[in-house]
Write a protein that binds this ligand. Sequence first.
Ligand code: SF4
Length: 358
Amino acid sequence: MADTLKLVKKISRLAEGKKNLRLMEVCGTHTVAIFRSGIRQILPENVELVSGPGCPVCVTDDDFIDKAIYYARKKNFIIATFGDMLKVPGTRSTLAREAANDARIEVVYSPLDCIELAKKNPRKSVIFLAVGFETTAPTQAATVLTARAQGVKNLFMLSAQKLVPPALKFLLGDESTKVDGFLLPGHVAVVVGADAFNFLATDFKIPSAVGGFEADEILTALKSLLEQIDSGQIYVANDYKSVVTNEGNLTAKKILAQVYEVTDAVWRGMGEIPASGMKLRDEFAAFDIERVEPVELDRVEKKSACRCGEVLRGLVKPTDCPLFGKACKPLHAIGACMVSVEGVCAAWYKYGGEKFNF
Ligand code: SF4
């Protein structure tokens, strides 16, 4: 507690006399940790924390959900997914609704579980919904390599893995983005390394700091951001050195490079961002369900007052959405940001996001 108070005092001193500062976290785990610990409320009046596109479920677009539903409706498929994906709305349905209508949908805790699932169901095709960032993609890549090594031929991936650095580049290239510094995602940085974010300092002159997930670790990273803003010396601070190196996890990076190639990807709220996704290399095309059995989507325009896309870019607060806390609640979510436990709307609903007036 003593350290916490010292950090808050230091941040307050550094923020004194400054304009309003907007610091963005881009990791769903940070979002929840920040809300749970009350950090937003104890920061000085002119320091605002905003949430960015850091929740992998939230940034997964409607098309991906529609594709998953397309396969789920076919009798010979089993959809395997993390539980968070079940209630994410596509344009017309959710996987949870499809499960109630007899689709076979299995919740797994690791993509590696899908190997056993495929072996136990040799007459079915198992499709794993491969969403996530650099953090989870190495295990998904390992699953593909293991399936190939074990001769498992009825396991496929529906891929929507995303890369965080290009999304930050996209945000900074958009003039509507108002961010004075980034709290960088500790888990992603473990894999890609702190150096992967050097472009923030060199190309955009934006302060950034890699942070851990305890309250004091987050405050330490926020203090680094304020120090950079105060001194004008901009760099990538690594405040999570116990697990994050400059170069990242070379083994994980090697397996990613072996299995995936970089591709353009569609993000909810941001559209297509160049070189921000991963797809299976041609060598692994037999595991890519979209190449084995291409999807035929009957696209419809979705009409919704949901402002998830703007929330994910830090342009509006969840409470600016007319549905927040009324039609849209965690048990009856209208948008992806309320579905996931790491979603910013869910965090606002559960913990409250407004600052206290001391
Ligand atoms: S409160 Fe619900 S409907 Fe509104 S932006 Fe968030 S997820 Fe979308």
